[in-house]
Design a protein around this ligand. Sequence first.
Ligand SMILES: Cc1cc2nc3c(=O)[nH]c(=O)nc-3n(C[C@H](O)[C@H](O)[C@H](O)COP(=O)(O)O)c2cc1C
Length: 357
Amino acid sequence: MSGTSIIESSDTAQAQARRTLQALWQRGCDFLGSEVAILGGAMSWVSERHLVSAISNAGGFGVIACGAMEPARLAEEIAATKALTTRPFGVNLITMHPRLEALVDTCLEQGVGHIVLAGGVPGAATIRKVRDGGARVVAFTPALALGKRLVKLGIEALVIEGSEAGGHVGPVSLNVLAQEILPHIRDVPVFVAGGLARGDTVLGYLEQGASGAQLGTLFAASTESIAHENFKTAFLRANARDAVTSVQLDERFPVIPVRGLTNGGTRRFMAHQAETVRRFQTGELSREDAQLAIEHFWAGALRRAVIEGDVEEGSVMAGQSVGMVKAVRPVREIIDELVAQAVAALARRGQGVGRSV
Ligand SMILES: Cc1cc2nc3c(=O)[nH]c(=O)nc-3n(C[C@H](O)[C@H](O)[C@H](O)COP(=O)(O)O)c2cc1C
């Protein structure tokens, strides 16, 4: 084969690979209204107007993290995001927020196209309200049975998030969730999340039936992320094994697992639990007060790390993919690289080359 025809055949392989990738995640793109089916997972304090608009402007789908915001504050954030992008973006609402219904109203009034309901099983009335209001509704499922139930309730897309992810996590890895759920839920698009940092890995899940992927950790360390420099530096220094889930000391006092970087705060949390259990045993604290004392330990801690840069005592939520964060890069570069890795993997196969580079 001449030099020219080698180049031509590799160009053709690239073009074919791009078409194949597009076909694999077309359903996800159609659902989101984005160029690529990559969602920026909502991250409290991090996923605000700048990061969300940057992800949408780069062809992905940004999602505002409402967290504990009140409706007026959320309305302000949505309006500010709209001023920075004309592309679609979503809003993530925590189902146990005491003003959930008012927050849904805010999103609908502001014309938000997609609402992601997180942090618990959404009620049928909330799902109906979102749909009747003209927005698409997305939820998380940690298991196949619940996923099927959510689809029956009217959920239009699901996210399955493995325990590798940053933030609040379930106990099961994405590898297992994908095998358990992807072959059996075909009625709605399913997006995979947790531990993703490379396009060829995302491709593997698309081939298993996923319609796209959601990433958090990589975007938290992007140029456009407003996270404090100390927060990003902690990400750059960390290895996968540093992003661990919070440990529950006593089965009588449940601790919701949160994955983040080990630091002074995580060590103090163990001592705090031990001391709280001791105070409960001596009768100084009731069971309810002891549980509250444990839950309140992390109040405001994510803000302290993300905004104030206290990465020693704050909560530095991060997924295991943190070990693959090697530089603070613009969102567009991150997304383009994910796409290029997926395309390269497909093109290599087209040329009969299997080795990953
Ligand atoms: C700092 C941080 C904060 C997060 N906050 C939220 C949140 O408020 N709501 C939510 O649904 N998920 C939250 N997540 C999870 C992300 O949306 C996303 O699903 C997850 O980061 C994907 O896994 P990855 O970190 O391995 O990419 C958070 C993750 C991180 C790293």
